[in-house]
Design a protein around this ligand. Sequence first.
Ligand code: ADP
Ligand code: MG
Length: 459
Amino acid sequence: MQKEHQNIWDEACKQLKSILSGDIYDRWIAVIQCLEMSGENMRLAVANDFYKDWLEENYFPMIRKAVMVVSGKEMNISLEVDSTCFDVEKPEPEPDHSPSPLSIPNPFSGNKKPNHNLNPNYTFDSYVVGPANQFAHAAAMAAANSPSRTYNPLFIYGGVGLGKTHLMQAIGNHIASKKPRAKLCYTTCETFLNEYIDSLQNNNVAAFRKRYRKIDMLMIDDIQFLDGKARIQEEFFHTFNTLFENHKQVVLTSDRTPSEMAGLAPRLISRFEWGLVTELGKPDVETRTAILRKKAELLNLNIGHELLDYLAERVSSNIRSLEGALIRVATFMSLTNQQVDIQKVDELLHDLLDKESQAAISVDVIQRTVAEHFDLRPSDLTSKKRTKDIAWPRQIAMHLSRTMTDQSFPVIGEQFSRNHATILYAHDQVTGKAKDDRALQQTIAILKDKVSKNCAKAL
Ligand code: ADP
Ligand code: MG
């Protein structure tokens, strides 16, 4: 291949590196080889089908954009499997002791560690119970007290920062304290997938399977990561069955219910629903206040109740942000040795508080997300244009506005410069079509995901 072509690919890689996190870049992009580039065509290769499927599902549009930016033209990019060209440059498998994305030690590394890899702070004792989480909490307690005999699997879902990981690990910590020899495994779905890929690369899938199937309890965090990824679903399905048949407890968390994962195999959806599916909602102000008081006590912070109450009132979107606010105030106090008043808190947290006021899902975010997804401008969605390529995304945006916000048809109508009947009609149309159109169900799920992420990003 000519040097300048290699340069284009190298430059495109640099672009991608600046956008993606180091881990993702190393794992998914650095392993691609550019075989050839001639005229408008570029041939890329990866070592196996798994990489190919994954890249096509997740990173292909990004790769295409990066190549376009660098080469100054739209290229036809093909991705093929060519194991021969990877003999020499096979990516290094991740060393066993590398930290997982949560910086929790790998469950299988070393042998001096306890039988699990849980955060010791995530216990039932430190978990505050309120109306929005009492049911999930009770279910988690039941699973912790009689693993595999109450709810199996226990499926906990809810928005970002609402305590899913904490509650899941509380179950694990509880069991570990009662039965220190029990083999517990906590992992994120992404790590599970990455370890599976490593095992494929290194030809030791059998060891991978054994590792996950010879345990007493499996906790997999953020299982929504499986959505749309057929190969890993298949692998997970067998792991799940083995554990389930052996009466081992499985706990899963997700940001949505099983049936909301449009790209999840029906047999997995039904398995996830075998046990109990339980929701973590947004805590009310009293629970938020109690959580803050508890955190302040655990961290030994000397902050007056009045201030804690103020923070709890102002930061309502999720508990992670609430904790962030508390830590920021506490850090300021300890660095300056000063007490702070409400005015000072406003000053210290102004960016966070501004975002809080925008955090709720708005029609505006929905419009921007849908426009971006369909390659339109947000103004197209509110314009009078009636071509099909605009009218259909507009109807989807109207439908999402109705289902994802608390706003009424007339209020949504105003934001699309339409009357309430148009919104009602669009909502019915999309709901009707989605009933037996799996592709549309999936588009809607993807869009909902993007809208939530765009709102969370604003936090
Ligand atoms: P998620 O996994 O849902 O994104 P996490 O479990 O990571 O959320 O929770 C975010 C932070 O909020 C953690 O530090 C956790 O300890 C805290 N937290 C969440 N819910 C509660 C609760 N009910 N009581 C005490 N702390 C909580
Ligand atoms: Mg989590």
